[in-house]
Design a binder for this molecule. Sequence first.
Ligand SMILES: [Zn+2]
Length: 465
Amino acid sequence: MTYTVLARRWRPTKFADVVGQEHITVTLQNALTSGRVAHAYILTGPRGIGKTSTARILARAVNCLNGPAAEPCNECEMCRQILDERCLDVVEIDGASNNSVEDVRRLRETVRLSPVSARKKVYVIDEVHMLSGSAFNALLKTLEEPPEHALIIFATTEVHKVPFTILSRCQRFDFHRIRPDAMAAHLRKICQHDGITIPDESLDIIARRAEGSLRDAEGLLDQLVAYAGTDIPFEAVREVLGILPQELIEQATEIIAQHDFAAVLPYFAHLANAGTDYAELLRSLQHYWMDLLFLRAGAASEERKPDQTLRALADRFSPEDLLRLTKLASETESELRRSLNPRTRFEVAFLRWVGLDRSVQLADILAKLKGASPMPTPPAAIVPSAPLVTTTTLPEAPPAKAKPAESKVSAPQGETETASPEKTPPKGKSAPAKTGEGTIDMLVDKFGGEVVEVKDTPKTSPKKE
Ligand SMILES: [Zn+2]
């Protein structure tokens, strides 16, 4: 017996089965029941979220012998013909391979002919953004004066490539990425139906990994079943998807929160021994920090129910720091792809993050050294952004140099006033950091009260590897 992949077997055949796109399916159903179906639709959104399925359901719904109704019956002769792809009046065209003006001209000819057996002649044109400019022009004619019996449904992942003239002649529906909880619920349904045992936690991970694409999620589930059979332990999920143990991510965050340089080397050794995929680790860290950020901002992430560790860690960071860390991790991740030695690249970056916050304290020390009023800690929430202040105000030390433009923007007004005038910080010490060379060494060796510049983004990263 041939195996049909889950994504095909669970392809929705009714509007009610389309996951997470109620804003579209309900509108279409209302149009069907009130007899206000448009002559052209464009369905847009990321891959694997139900665009083509919705187009096919609509094609059946308008032609169903027991309709047109809010749902196709999927039983009548017409529905069966369309389901089995035997119906001559429902044509699916792949825009990517039929993108020439000739192809569109041929289409124009056939659109005019009356349907053979169906009520409406339906054209589903997938990946319509791939059409050439002249093909679009040729299509325009059809869209301007469509024959009464025609229904044209475009689907595209890149709607910005579709000319405005086309868009303005279609009803546009934007499909949303499917929320992880809705996706997990759908996967659970599949598992129950197919007798697959898998922990809920694993389903959440799959849903998260699929990044909104239901087809991807079903593909991953397929892959897991192929690997582990119908009884899928969490370990299998971890192995197949390369999921890192949660402790590794929490530990990294803890080390950064504590500025615990002593724990860094053992942590690195642990990562190396476990054969960690550093890019995956960075991705997981970004996710985790985003969760912290949401929690910090008072909005619990939909994807993760905050546990105790998460709450405790969230309190240790300011939202600004979390944003900054996430951004740095994302930058490091893209650097990693080009790097021949991801491990070193990761370790260098990580060391820098562990040192990041030190600059806050230095800013305080600096202010005290200057005898300025002790940084009157405005609203508490602003304090954590102090690292930005130090980073940007320090370079001002050499008076000849023009002020970096960012310092104006990022430094809270009051603090710049106290930090910049007359008294310049001991400049000799901050100077060498400008090349980025040795920044880490400085961090590690020198933070006993010395001026250390911690930069967000090194302009030139030393090729240590
Ligand atoms: Zn039917």
